[in-house]
Design a protein around this ligand. Structure first.
Ligand code: ATP
Length: 235
């Protein structure tokens, strides 16, 4: 489904990703964990076309997407819920969802997707007319995920969905990511500093350290690993 081959990326002289190879063949929930500055967001940004790769390639469903622009990537079926949510604060919840569906033309399909998002996040339904900038942090995160679901993606990228959220909301957001997968079979890749949470829901996970991929395994295996425990779970 997604093949990342020997991918590197640089910001000037800073190398953020160094020869990263990840091959995802099956649907599932995938996690990428790592410390601050490990390159997690850079990986999401290369996959979504926001940052160019300096070498290597990315192939999604058999099509090379390495040098595509963000608006072209979304049309290939990859949707992103970005770090920091980046919702449109001065328009309503509903209009934010419509913005996520800008690649779709069929109004009936768009409304069906809006209803699906409202089912996953009833709070958004209650606040559909409210300006998005007045939502709480947790609600804004729900909106960012909902907006990413609007384009009928076949792969969802989530960058730090737990950032800045209270523990009960983190649980809700992660439970909903699992629910979305169970109900829609939409595969996702979650980049997270909250390693414990991400590994607890991941079918398979990868560890990034200063741009290098250093470990991989099932979520369960990595949760049980002494090295992961010591470095990322505060043991
Ligand atoms: P965090 O969890 O803090 O977001 P991360 O694992 O997502 O960290 P990246 O944000 O991908 O890591 O950063 C990887 C490296 O690239 C770091 O050394 C960072 O300082 C550098 N970097 C990231 N964005 C830029 C940029 N726009 N310009 C220059 N350097 C950058």
């Amino acid at each position: 489904m997604l093949s990342i081959e020997h991918l590197s990326c640089h910001y000037g002289v800073i190398q953020a990703l160094n020869d990263v190879t990840i091959n995802i063949e099956k649907k599932g929930i995938y996690a990428i964990i790592g410390a601050n500055g490990a390159g997690k967001s850079s990986l999401i940004n290369v996959l979504s076309g926001l940052v160019p790769a300096s070498s290597g390639k990315v192939v999604f469903e058999g099509k090379e997407i390495t040098d595509l622009q963000p608006h072209e990537i979304i049309k290939t079926g990859i949707s992103v819920c970005p770090e920091g949510r980046k919702i449109f604060k001065s328009v309503s919840v509903y209009e934010n969802l419509l913005a996520g569906a800008y690649t779709l033309k069929d109004k009936g399909e768009i409304q069906k997707n809006v209803e699906m998002v409202y089912e996953f996040f009833p709070r958004l339904s209650e606040r559909r007319k409210q300006l998005a900038g007045t939502l709480s942090g947790g609600e804004q995160q729900m909106l960012a995920i909902g907006r990413a679901l609007m384009s009928n993606p076949r792969l969802l990228l989530l960058d730090e969905p737990s950032m800045g959220l209270a523990p009960n909301l983190i649980d809700f957001v992660f439970d909903t990511v699992v629910k979305i997968y169970e109900e829609t079979e939409l595969p996702s890749i979650i980049v997270e500093q909250n390693s414990e949470m991400a590994l607890s829901i991941a079918d398979y996970a990868y560890v990034l350290e200063v741009g290098h991929l250093t470990m991989e395994g099932t979520g369960e295996e990595l949760l049980a690993s002494d090295e992961v425990q010591k470095k990322y779970l505060g043991a």
